[in-house]
Design a protein around this ligand. Structure first.
Ligand code: AQP
Length: 327
């Protein structure tokens, strides 16, 4: 029997190439060796302000993007988190053994507080606890994620150890699996590409939108004119080359940048062509899927029905360990 692991994306906006190259592409590759559970983590998505009318559309959008990117509901469990309430039950139990001081030191929490000082809520503070519950519920031994999630994985391992030491051996410690696209910087050249920041190349962007976004993307700030030599190591576009371009193109652009033999415009065209090639089939398939919303939603329901018994089995063991059983 294939083992399970859990990974997910919050439905906080349209999915972008950071989500794809940081997480989903690896998920696609792992579908034969595991029976993974891929969640659309709407409970996590509630930690930022949102319009309830938008949530079903965002969930549909994320599910269509999952499927269009190559997740296969035959080999994987594709589900909506809020349909499996055991996620909340385990999160509560973990909450009760989580030191507040430890949570407050998690860097992603500090970043979110900086970005949204007027909405620092308990859900946001406890986000890593719910994420630990998501992962431990399916006894995950690996979790393929982007680099930003590494502190959350460290925290999850600590929670597994803490639970085991208090209540007895139950959970193994999951390891993160990172890809070469584990940290894709946004088109602002500074921040991680993020749905909540206006710095994304989305999986449904057209070729023209991709070219336009890259045309205005930040490069080496010291390279003001075409004739100025640049430093590829400080150029965000070069970071994109490292992920998307061939070794020959990477060498050509690095050398051309240092000697001013190639300008940023030509350099951007090479990256744009690669991103367009990766995004076009996903965009086209996603458009087809968005036209069949009930089929896509049925996949999420069926996925939750498959995930629930796995979660319930873990919770039977957990309830027994923590003493929430009548006999
Ligand atoms: N820029 C990125 N580079 C590499 N990986 C990334 N991931 C997200 N952004 C990048 C990975 O995608 C998975 C799902 O992330 P998420 O959407 O649930 O949460 P997030 O990391 O907070 O993504 P966003 O876009 O930044 O969402 P908002 O703006 O709503 O907070 C994770 O594996 C993540 O590492």
């Amino acid at each position: 029997m294939r083992k399970h692991f859990f990974s997910g994306i919050q439905p906080s906006g349209r999915l972008h190439i950071g989500n794809y190259f940081g997480a989903i592409k690896q998920w696609v590759a792992l579908q034969d060796s595991y029976e993974p559970v891929f969640g659309i983590v709407d409970f996590h998505g509630m930690t930022a302000r949102y319009d309830p009318k938008d949530m079903p559309v965002r969930v549909l959008d994320a599910a269509a993007s999952y499927l269009a990117a190559g997740l296969d509901p035959e080999r994987s469990i594709i589900m909506l988190q809020s349909l499996v309430l055991e996620h909340l039950e385990l999160a509560w139990i973990l909450n009760c053994i989580t030191p507040m001081g430890r949570l407050s030191r998690i860097p992603t929490f500090k970043d979110k507080v900086r970005q949204n000082p007027d909405n620092v809520n308990m859900g946001l503070f406890g986000y890593p606890v719910l994420m630990a519950a998501d992962i431990l519920l399916y006894k995950s031994e690996i979790v393929p994620v982007g680099e930003d999630q590494v502190p959350h994985l460290e925290f999850t391992r600590e929670m597994a150890r803490r639970f085991n030491s208090i209540f007895g051996e139950t959970f193994q410690e999951p390891a993160e699996v990172l890809s070469s696209g584990a940290r894709i910087v946004g088109t602002d050249g500074v921040n991680k590409m993020s749905k909540s920041l206006d710095n994304c190349i989305y999986l449904d962007d057209t070729d023209e939108e991709i070219s336009r976004k890259l045309a205005t993307a930040v490069t080496d700030p010291a390279r003001k004119r075409r004739s100025d030599p640049g430093d590829p190591e400080v150029c965000n576009l070069y970071a994109y080359h490292r992920i998307f371009s061939t070794p020959e193109e990477i060498a050509h652009c690095a050398e051309g940048c240092r000697t001013a033999g190639i300008g940023c415009v030509d350099c951007k065209k090479i990256v744009a062509a690669h991103i367009q090639e990766a995004v076009a089939p996903i965009r086209e398939r996603r458009t087809e899927l968005m036209a069949q919303p009930s089929e896509v939603r049925d996949i999420l329901r069926a996925g939750a029905d498959r995930a629930r018994p796995i979660a319930q089995e873990t919770m039977r063991e957990v309830r027994d360990k923590v003493g929430t059983t009548l006999d």
